[in-house]
Design a protein around this ligand. Structure first.
Ligand SMILES: [Zn+2]
Length: 397
């Protein structure tokens, strides 16, 4: 079993150790040392990177009794002495995020009685899962309390506590492990069983900010940033807001009202567009009815248009608003959108006409006796020719 040097000293960045085993796996090697300062992925915290002599450590896995496995790209001989070097910036970032998580989770417990049921530290952001949904005001309250504790620069201590003394501790979460536990305590604020690497004082966290919240299985998942990540996150948001402000031609503080006005302008423009399309349809209906072909007792309007969907059927309705009219309109696209409609007094089944058209020319469609629509896989002239031939064969009542 590997001696975990990071348990006692989160500041230890270089160490000497002896290679116990080296196992080739695919194009990599799994190295177990007699002792290590490399933190393996566990408890929501990702592994440390760094080197064993010149070999880059690309993963660190906790195999419990089998020890801690360092995955490297070069073989190391069992019995060989190696120097391990931890990537300092990555470790410091993980310490800031992890202690920040303890403080933030304790803050939710203390300000709102909300338990943390999950923690994940990602490369960009970290998340905690809370046992219930929380309001924006509750998030603000917890965030404020956590930052107060950070500003107070409280001591963070780590100690091993024997099993029989665990019950006397006011642990924030009940431990899942038996035996002696590693206890991480933020003085006067939080007591947790945790194997992670932590900062020595809360001041090193710098700042904690909640950057997002989503509902997850009856609870909330909060995204948060601590330390350097919080500063970077603020900068990104500031720059993004400034960019939006520039595009809108207003100061960042005025972006909200400006967007609200643009939304209203868009709604107005859409309403105006609808009115204009309707007016155009009515004008066209009058013009096209005047130019209708006469077939028996009906006047027939067959036209190719640039319209589709609701606009096409609205125009057809406008055309058949007078008695004695049958209209067949097509739009652009493949298959060609087709609407067949007739006036209320015309004894013709528009749906049946469209079905016959689709059967003859290919495509599909259907609808009510007074209006039917579909798509036909033929050009507009072929559709017009079919309609003229078909209507000539229909007995007129
Ligand atoms: Zn922890």
């Amino acid at each position: 079993m590997t001696t975990r040097l990071y348990y006692d000293d989160s500041d230890l960045m270089t160490f000497d150790a002896t290679v116990v085993t080296c196992a080739p796996v695919d194009d990599r090697f799994e190295i177990v040392l007699d002792r290590t300062a490399f933190y393996p992925t566990s408890g929501g915290q990702p592994f440390d990177t760094g080197t064993l002599d010149d070999a880059q450590v690309v993963d660190v896995i906790d195999r419990d009794e089998a020890g801690i496995v360092h995955v490297v790209r070069a073989a190391l001989a069992p019995g060989q002495r190696v120097t391990g070097t931890i990537d300092d910036a990555r470790r410091r970032d993980h310490r800031e995020q992890h202690t920040g998580q303890h403080v933030l989770s304790a803050a939710f417990e203390r300000t709102g009685g909300v338990a943390t049921v999950g923690f994940h530290m990602g490369g960009e952001v970290s998340t905690i899962d809370l046992a219930r949904e929380v309001s924006a005001a509750e998030i603000d309250a917890a965030e404020d309390d956590a930052n107060r504790v950070i500003r107070e620069d409280r001591e963070v201590t780590v100690r091993i506590v024997p099993e029989d003394e665990i019950a006397a501790l006011a642990l924030r979460r009940q431990p899942t492990r038996r035996g002696a536990l590693r206890i991480v305590e933020v003085t006067g604020y939080d007591v947790s069983a945790c194997g992670g690497t932590h900062v020595a004082r809360t001041g090193a966290i710098g700042l904690v900010v909640v950057t997002g919240v989503e509902k997850v299985r009856g609870g909330s998942r909060l995204t948060f940033l601590c330390g350097v990540r919080a500063v970077r996150g603020f900068r990104e948001r500031r720059d993004r807001l400034a960019e939006i402000g520039r595009r809108l031609g207003v100061a960042a503080a005025d972006v909200g009202p400006r967007v609200a006005r643009l939304q209203q302008d868009l709604r107005d423009a859409e309403a105006q567009g609808r009115d204009l399309r309707q007016a155009l349809a009515l004008a066209r209906a009058v013009e096209w009815r005047a130019e209708a072909e006469t077939m028996g007792a009906w006047r027939v309007v067959i036209r190719a248009t640039e319209l589709a969907g609701g606009d096409l059927s609205a125009l057809a309705r406008a055309i058949v608003a007078e008695p004695g009219i049958v209209t067949v309109l097509t739009g652009p696209g493949v298959p060609v959108p087709v609407v067949v409609a007739r006036s209320a007094d015309v004894a013709l089944d528009a749906g049946a006409v469209l079905k016959a058209m689709a059967a003859a020319l290919g495509g599909r469609g259907g609808g009510r006796p007074d209006l039917a629509q579909g798509g036909v896989t033929a050009e507009a002239p072929a559709i017009a020719a079919f309609v003229r031939g078909h209507l000539a064969d229909v007995p007129i009542a």
